[in-house]
Design a protein around this ligand. Structure first.
Ligand SMILES: Nc1ncnc2c1ncn2[C@@H]1O[C@H](COP(=O)(O)OP(=O)(O)OP(=O)(O)O)[C@@H](O)[C@H]1O
Ligand SMILES: [Mg+2]
Length: 237
């Protein structure tokens, strides 16, 4: 993804400035995911990156907006139960969220927040639990995903960094595919390779790689939209 300019913050650019090159890049990402999963179910998606601050939350939020704008009933879930941020990103309450549904048995629709964007619903992380990995790996989580799959066309997860905790890999086992986020100029080759190996080891299907924060001015203030390498994802076996 191109690095945002001062006047177009990357946060929810797909909403705030849908005509911008950055918003266009998120739409292209959506299209490429659709192509790479042509014969497979692409309903559950997540982002993954090696470290904190690579741009996962920003990428998955904008991707969710582009699915909703396309008319898909979309649910964005904050699967970062350690440092959740979607409630800040969308300016909504985190009083009731995923962990409340899983641990306190609140009905899932009580934890759904409608956003300002038609077709986009958000489930924030909820109360921070002492045992995030255990909660994400629970049978209750799998049952919840089963129920949600009947209600939504697309279900997207934000996640914590893969190389820090196992949560992201646990979520990957629930997903049809993963979008890897590499931060330009920051993510070292060795870390990127380790990220890819971890995902492949968990049998995750890698739908694409977003090179985020690309600083390349071309012409008069235009930015190189995005750069992906994609197509080397392994099929889930
Ligand atoms: N394309 C971009 N251009 C400029 N800044 C960006 C871009 N993408 C993300 N950022 C900024 O980088 C910072 C980190 O982004 P974000 O919170 O999405 O990362 P993250 O991978 O979710 O981090 P964490 O693992 O800590 O949750 C934010 O301030 C965000 O606005
Ligand atoms: Mg984040």
């Amino acid at each position: 993804m191109p690095r945002s300019t001062h006047d177009s913050k990357p946060k929810l650019v797909a909403l705030a400035n849908p005509a911008s090159p950055l918003a266009e890049a998120y739409r292209t990402l959506r299209t490429n995911i659709q192509f790479s999963g042509i014969d497979e179910r692409v309903q559950f998606l997540m982002v993954a990156s090696a470290q904190s601050g690579d741009g996962k939350s920003t990428t998955i939020s904008n991707l969710a907006i582009t699915y909703a704008q396309e008319g898909k009933k979309t649910l964005l879930i904050d699967g970062d139960l350690r440092k959740p941020s979607l409630h800040h990103m969308f300016g909504i309450s985190n009083r009731l969220g995923l962990t409340n549904v899983l641990v306190n048995e609140h009905p899932w629709n009580s934890a759904l927040r409608a956003s300002d964007i038609p077709n986009l619903f958000i489930m924030t992380a909820g109360a921070l639990p002492p045992n995030p990995s255990e909660i994400l790996a629970s049978q209750r989580m799998r049952n919840l995903m089963e129920e949600l799959s009947e209600e939504f066309d697309m279900i997207l997860f934000d996640t914590p960094p893969i190389l820090a905790v196992t949560d992201g890999l646990i979520i990957s086992s629930l997903c049809d595919g993963v979008v890897m986020v590499i931060k330009s100029g920051r993510t070292k080759h060795a870390l990127a390779r380790k990220l890819k190996q971890s995902l492949e080891h968990a049998k995750a299907r890698i739908f694409g790689v977003v090179l985020n924060n690309v600083k390349r001015k071309t012409g008069e203030g235009y930015y190189d939209y995005y750069r992906y390498g994609y197509g080397y994802g392994q099929k889930k076996s």
